[in-house]
Ligand binder design. Structure first.
Ligand SMILES: [Zn+2]
Length: 266
């Protein structure tokens, strides 16, 4: 290619790079992630998050250097659940497509109900009431349930009903979740791609069979748990970006999740 023609090509590329539209224009990012630290809430049977210092200080070469190792269960803090967690032969953490993690979000606000009932279950009827107000829940969206419990973080007693640890503590868990009827409705009748909420589990604390995990994950629907406060999210119009650690063969993993909220919503 003659040099002149090549230069014209390069300058056109530069022009298009500098003038391409900002894909975030009109949206405001909101972080929906709790920091990982010694207070991070894990299931009562899991170990705490460990941030182990490997080195901090001046090296022999004279420069400053610091680095840590992290130790964490896949399911703790703000995290993603993937279908293999409860359904054999389904997606592992590295297999979940981006389309299930970058997607429109709808928010079901149940803060009032959950404030007066620690064992609150979101039912099909609640979702139908939401639809009568905002329209039919579209396919391939994330359905987020805002219980308000994110505001109790990191107080275990208030957040999950008990600060006890170990197997015996599991029976003392009290926090809201999705019901089996809601799971069947969202999976079979609406074809959503993901669900999420600001409690430790998509099944409520008193669940004995994790039926919501079973129903949703066998349909390759994924879950986001321990999401941080969603109060700035409108019922419709936001986009969710859920970018977990990509653990090969994993059943889930620590998650950085943000929402893009339309500026018109604030
Ligand atoms: Zn989980």
């Amino acid at each position: 290619m003659p040099l002149k023609k090549a230069l014209v090509g390069v300058s056109m590329l530069l022009i298009s790079a500098t003038t391409s539209a900002n894909p975030l224009a009109g949206y405001r990012p909101v972080d929906l992630t709790h920091s990982f630290d010694e207070d991070t809430i894990y299931w009562p049977t899991e170990n705490d998050f460990e941030h182990e210092k490997r080195f901090e200080g001046i090296t022999e070469g004279g420069w400053y250097y610091t680095a840590f190792s992290v130790h964490t269960a896949e399911h703790g803090g703000t995290h993603m659940d993937v279908p293999i967690h409860f359904a054999d032969g389904t997606w592992t953490a590295d297999e979940v497509p981006l389309s299930s993690r970058i997607l429109p979000a709808i928010v079901v606000d149940v803060r009032a109900e959950a404030a007066s009932d620690r064992d609150f279950l979101l039912t099909r009827q609640h979702l139908e009431a939401w639809e009568s107000q905002y329209g039919r829940i579209p396919e391939n969206v994330a359905v987020l349930m805002n219980t308000g419990y994110a505001h109790f973080w990191p107080d275990r007693e208030r957040y999950m009903g008990t600060a006890s640890r170990g197997n015996a503590a599991v029976a003392k868990l009290h926090f809201p979740g999705f019901s089996a009827s809601a799971a069947r409705f969202l999976g079979k009748e609406r074809g959503v791609a993901a669900v999420g909420l600001d409690t430790p589990s998509i099944d409520f604390g008193q669940s004995k069979d994790f039926i919501v995990h079973q129903i949703l994950y066998e349909q390759n629907i994924i879950g986001f748990e321990n999401i941080a406060a969603m109060d700035e999210l409108p019922a419709t119009g936001s986009w969710l970006f859920a970018l977990p650690m990509k653990i090969k063969g994993g059943s889930g993993g620590p998650l950085r999740v943000i929402a893009l909220v339309p500026e018109s919503a604030s």
